[in-house]
Design a protein around this ligand. Structure first.
Ligand code: HEC
Length: 214
């Protein structure tokens, strides 16, 4: 008998037919092949994408620095955030003193009979509050400086300079022209401005009254 030819006599037993079918369905279910075609994107995946995008935006907004080359550190450095280094009062003061030179002169010696000297002056080197009061509100009338009398007008500077600037020019004149007095903090100017900022120009008498009260 030729083994390649199906035996026409052969018949499967009918109870086996069912079992073969059953076995194959099971096998086909387990090993489903990937198939071409378009399926809708899973909603969970879309939500995940959305959340990641939001998180990314939040992260860059929070830690992205200021979007300049200097801001690329994850968090800006304390130096970049902290207060600016205060300008050297002698440098700032020298700049402001330019406003005083036309009268008191660059060498601080003033002009005889017209403008009193700041060099070796008791008003400059004495009580810082009295000096602040003069610079803030100005000074008129007869006044004696280093044994010499003057009678002219010193303008007020309170509207031109803030407390730090007034303190700086005071520090400058107290440390220049041979003067060697201590520097003045802006808190002194602040206090005097609060006290007398609303007042008018001093004369010798009102100034000494103010100075004796403080
Ligand atoms: C327009 C001229 C003028 C300018 C500008 C001027 N002063 Fe005076 N200053 C005077 C005159 C005048 C007096 C004397 C006032 C008087 O005769 O009563 C005086 C007095 C003073 C005194 C007290 C007297 C002394 O010599 O110590 C001080 C301190 C002083 N000025 C500081 C300054 C400072 C600081 C500036 C600049 C911010 C300045 N002055 C700008 C004219 C000026």
């Amino acid at each position: 008998m030729n083994p390649d030819q199906p035996n026409p006599e052969f018949r499967r037993p009918p109870e086996l037919e069912d079992r073969i079918l059953e076995m194959h369905t099971a096998a086909m279910r387990e090993m489903a092949e990937p198939r071409d075609g378009i399926r809708p994107t899973p909603v969970a995946y879309l939500i995940m994408c959305f959340l990641f995008t939001m998180w990314g935006g939040f992260y860059m907004g929070t830690y992205g620095g200021d979007w300049t080359g200097n801001g690329l550190a994850e968090r800006s450095t304390p130096a970049a955030e902290g207060p600016k280094v205060t300008a050297n009062p002698m440098v700032l003061g020298a700049e402001i003193y330019n406003a005083c030179t036309q009268c008191h002169q660059a060498d601080g010696k003033g002009l005889p009979g017209q403008f009193p000297p700041l060099a070796d002056s008791e008003f400059v080197n004495g009580d810082p509050k009295r000096l602040a009061a003069i610079v803030l509100n100005g000074l008129n009338g007869e006044i004696e400086v280093s044994g010499k009398k003057y009678n002219s007008q010193m303008p007020a500077w309170k509207d031109n300079y803030n407390d730090e600037e007034v303190a700086a020019v005071m520090t400058f004149v107290r440390g220049s022209f041979g003067n060697k007095s201590a520097l003045v903090g802006k808190d002194v100017v602040e206090a005097v401005r609060k006290d007398v900022g609303g007042g008018g120009v001093w004369n010798a008498q009102s100034l000494s009254e103010y100075a004796s009260k403080h």
